[in-house]
Design a protein around this ligand. Structure first.
Ligand code: SF4
Ligand code: SF4
Length: 182
């Protein structure tokens, strides 16, 4: 979405270039009509850029994926090369791996999968997990497995825990109903 660097949180010199992956994979609710995830934005010229760049929505102008912000991710991780966008919607929320439906197994390939799994261990110790989104499907990545999220739990909270050693010490997830608005 963004092709200029300016924000101090961005890695110096890391530009979007010809990447337009977020203009495909992201669900964009502020657009009229809302843009569904996994489909190209009507304004995007894939691999070129945004046809309404000067007048793009503020949300698009403000968006930067994790590759632009995280110096630990090298150019293999540029979203159009990797086949997915890594995003953290807010500092208190877990990372999401939002995959191009045209390359649904991209997140399981190397050099990505093993690095993502290493990050999963850190996340699990903090009792959270990265979520993988591929079209309408969802997974939670745990250090030792990937758990397909049942559709009825897409909006649910969850609890990450490690089973007792006698049970193999496996990481497990328990879905809980989201809190009802009062
Ligand atoms: S996915 Fe990231 S690198 Fe690619 S266009 Fe969007 S913000 Fe730029
Ligand atoms: S309006 Fe432009 S920047 Fe925003 S999603 Fe569409 S093509 Fe991308």
């Amino acid at each position: 979405m963004s092709t200029e660097s300016a924000a101090p949180t961005l890695v110096a010199g890391r530009e979007c270039g010809t990447c337009t992956m977020c203009c495909k994979v992201m669900t964009i609710t502020y657009m009229d009509p809302p843009k569904p995830g996994g489909k190209w934005c009507q304004h995007c010229s894939p691999g070129k850029g945004c046809a309404i760049w000067q007048n793009r929505p503020q949300g698009c102008a403000d968006f930067n994926c994790d590759w632009r912000k995280n110096a630990q991710l090298n150019d293999d991780w540029r979203p159009d090369r990797a086949g997915f966008v890594i995003n953290q919607a807010a500092a208190h929320l877990p990372y999401e791996i939002i995959v191009d439906p045209g390359r649904p197994d991209a997140w399981r390939k190397e050099p990505y999968y093993s690095v993502l799994k290493s990050a999963c261990l850190i996340a699990a110790r903090n009792r959270t997990a990265m979520m993988v989104l591929v079209g309408h499907r969802r997974w939670l990545m745990l250090p030792d497995k990937d758990v397909a999220i049942p559709a009825e739990h897409y909006g649910s909270d969850y609890r990450i825990f490690r089973a007792a050693a006698l049970q193999g010490g496996e990481w497990q997830v328990e879905f809980t109903a989201p809190a009802k608005a009062s």
